[in-house]
Design a protein around this ligand. Structure first.
Ligand SMILES: [Zn+2]
Length: 365
């Protein structure tokens, strides 16, 4: 964003254009807007086609630019219907493409990437505790359930346990998928931890109390976000040190608090599971436990690509779902040709351990 007086806007535009050109880039006219608070002010004719009456930043209205009050509200209303519509359109598109041959791996990675980044900017700008965040989470979790269907049997309605497991980090045995509502607090507070000092400087306030008096709405939101985030396990439940944030910008706090929340969530899940499921969850985690989701290094012949059908089983396994069909029997063969024939348990314990036909070091589905 470039801020300049209207009489210099044209020259400022030229400066940006030249700087980008030097790096081999150019202005994307379709995404560039020129805005001035007073609509009566004339801009250079070259900018007239870029002119907009209402400025939005990162999808949210910048209401504070239009406000005259001495206070400094920065919360802009989010058009959450648009966010939900976009998410539903993406889910449908991925589903259509999957039907037309998109691989399971690509479908999952698209949904996972989208879920992890689609509203980051909104969650950092505002404390988004509205029901739409939960609705968005449900939409994306339903898409995961549909993707994990086997033999036409859809898992569209994941249980709360499966959703919780999906939202764990891969190194914690999860799928690093979703968990949007609990990210609202950490994203918002981490933004403030980083910029509180600078904002206070712009406002000319020297103490936390003065900041709270100057920005009561924001302070109230920050307190709400902090209460919710501490309850989830951030900062070990202790109050955040805003006096420190007022002195120095604190970076990378979202990652720190998210890890603490993730640890508490995993501990809570482990204590709620039976011994066998808890052991499975522990087995699925650990350093490098998410490497199977990474695309194989191209050109490395030694790296075998996990087939899509196996990847689906691996993902289901991480959600402690059934990985062997009901009524199925082990198809391992003895040297004399006879089948093992043992009934397969839902979680595939026998399939992993059956020594008939060798392959004890490799799992099969
Ligand atoms: Zn067997």
């Amino acid at each position: 964003m470039v801020v300049t007086s209207p009489e210099h806007a044209h020259q400022a535009c030229a400066v940006v254009r030249d700087a980008l050109a030097a790096a081999g880039l150019q202005i994307n006219e379709g995404k560039t807007q020129a805005w001035f608070k007073n609509p009566a002010v004339t801009l250079h004719p070259a900018l007239s086609n870029l002119r907009t009456r209402q400025l939005k930043v990162l999808g949210a209205h910048v209401a504070w630019l239009d406000r005259e009050e001495s206070q400094a509200p920065v919360h802009g209303p989010v058009d959450h219907n648009k966010v939900l519509q976009q998410a539903k359109a993406l889910v449908k598109r991925v589903s259509d493409l999957r039907g037309a041959g998109l691989t399971f791996r690509s479908s999952f990675l698209v949904l996972q990437t989208y879920t992890n980044s689609c509203v980051n900017h909104l969650q950092r700008a505002n404390y988004e505790d509205g029901s739409w965040v939960k609705e968005l989470e449900d939409t994306m979790q339903r898409a995961l359930g549909q993707l994990l269907e086997v033999n036409g049997h859809s898992e569209a309605d994941l249980t709360q346990l499966q959703k919780d497991l999906a939202s764990l980090r891969t190194r914690d045995g999860g799928l690093a998928y979703g968990g949007l509502p609990e990210r609202s607090g950490t994203a918002y507070l981490a933004s403030w931890a980083l910029c509180l000092k600078q904002v206070a400087g712009e406002l000319g306030v020297l103490s936390l109390a003065a900041f709270q008096a100057k920005c009561p709405d924001i302070s109230a939101k920050m307190q709400m976000a902090e209460s919710a985030t501490l309850l989830l396990g951030a900062n070990k439940g202790r109050a955040l040190d805003w006096h420190q944030a007022l002195r120095i910008p604190l970076s990378k706090k979202q990652g720190v608090w998210s890890k603490e929340i993730a640890k508490k969530k995993r501990d809570t899940l482990l204590s709620s599971l039976n011994e066998e499921d808890a052991a499975d969850l522990r087995t699925n985690g650990g350093p490098g436990a998410g490497a199977f989701l990474m695309p194989p290094v191209s050109g490395d012949e030694a790296v075998k690509v996990i087939p899509d059908s196996h990847l689906c089983v691996l993902l289901r396994d991480r959600l402690l779902m059934r990985v062997c069909p009901a009524g199925a029997c082990c198809k391992h063969r003895r040297p004399d040709g006879r089948l093992c024939g043992a009934p397969l348990d839902a979680r595939g314990k026998h399939a992993r351990m059956c020594k008939i036909q060798g392959l004890v070091e490799e799992r099969h589905d």
